[in-house]
Design a protein around this ligand. Structure first.
Ligand code: ADE
Ligand code: ZN
Length: 331
């Protein structure tokens, strides 16, 4: 597998059914079933909200710093083994604090997992604090203010959860504070919401990346802006199929059209425990179903580093590694 950066994954979305059950037992939390196979059989999604309902329900098992450490370690170990060299991981702080977990436990567990994974595997990782849209703009602002004692534990803010009805314009205050604190800014937009959500994220929240962005393709003027400004789009093919935010067959995905438009797209897993695979599985699926050649796969891998928040020299070194891996494969 090519070296890649993963820029759009919710660390809570890597909570495998086996770990849900193990943590429920450890913490004395009740579940509808303690059989991981049966639990997974309940993962039937018709849209984003039907997925989020299950995803948030499972997170009731996360209680202690050790739980956050175990979740972070499981993802980072697996990612490093499949070619991920850099991970910028979303976390849903408000979900955990609403469940009664002190934010100290969340930050301490994830931070220790990142440090230990780096020592064990060399993977570089950082956290992006996502505001939950469904809790509204004031809650986002309050969450960010309360998280400021941990300012050095995360590199940016994002915007996730239910998209329709919760446009970026509700979150200008929180994103304004984030900007003045020197935090990076990203937002989910154009997953279920239309191109207007992408325009708002760019114009009102000053985001540096758009997460998903598929529906931007409906607006030629927006496509031109994304291309001209080389705004990164973090595309998640298996997520789009699972949540029905793309045509039902992967073969009909807009990814080749996005590449042909010259957009800075990368491949990501979103919620790998729920959507049928990790970033390498997403690469395998698009390679098979979209008939992408080595040159296009190399572009996607290089784009992932270009789109990351790593220093420019590190991006350059990692892009060279992609080129070397491609040459080795061709020999
Ligand atoms: N795909 C997604 N869209 C919005 N919010 C999310 N939270 C976890 N996964 C998400
Ligand atoms: Zn997402």
């Amino acid at each position: 597998m090519l070296p890649v950066a993963e820029l759009h994954m919710h660390i809570e979305g890597s909570l495998e059914a086996e770990l849900v059950v193990a943590l429920a037992r450890r913490n004395g939390v009740d579940l509808p079933t303690f059989d991981p196979v049966e639990l997974k059989a309940r993962y039937r999604f018709t849209d984003l909200q039907s997925f989020l309902d299950i995803y948030y329900a499972n997170l009731a098992v996360m209680k202690t710093e050790e739980d956050f450490y175990d979740l972070g370690t499981a993802y980072l170990t697996r990612a490093a083994a499949s070619g991920v060299r850099r991970a910028e991981m979303f976390f849903d702080l408000q979900t955990h604090t609403q469940n009664g977990v002190p934010q100290e436990a969340v930050f301490a567990g994830f931070t220790a997992a990142i440090a230990d994974a780096r020592t064990a595997t060399g993977i570089s990782a950082d956290l992006i604090l996502c505001f939950l849209r469904h809790l509204g703009g004031e809650a986002a602002t309050q969450t960010l203010r309360e998280a400021m004692p941990f300012r050095d534990r995360f590199i940016g803010v994002g915007l996730d959860s239910s998209e329709l009805g919760f446009p970026p314009s509700l979150f200008t205050e929180a994103f304004g504070i984030a900007g003045s604190e020197g935090l990076h800014r990203v937002a989910h937009a154009g997953e279920e919401g239309g191109p207007d959500y992408v325009w708002e994220a760019l114009d009102l929240l000053a985001v540096e990346r758009i997460d998903h962005g598929n529906r931007a393709m409906e607006d030629p003027e927006l496509v031109a802006r994304l291309r001209d400004e080389q705004v990164p789009l973090t595309v998640c093919p298996l997520s789009n199929i699972a949540l029905k935010t793309a045509p039902p067959e992967l073969a009909d995905h807009l990814l080749p059209a996005m590449l042909a438009e010259g957009l800075l797209v990368s491949i990501n897993s979103d919620d790998p425990a729920y959507f049928g695979g990790y970033v390498n599985d997403n690469f395998a699926a698009i390679t098979n179903e979209l008939a992408l050649g080595p040159e296009q796969l190399g572009t996607l891998a290089e784009n992932s580093f270009t789109s990351s928040f790593l220093p420019e020299a590190e991006k350059q070194a990692l892009r060279l590694e992609v080129r070397k891996a491609l040459e080795n494969d061709q020999r």
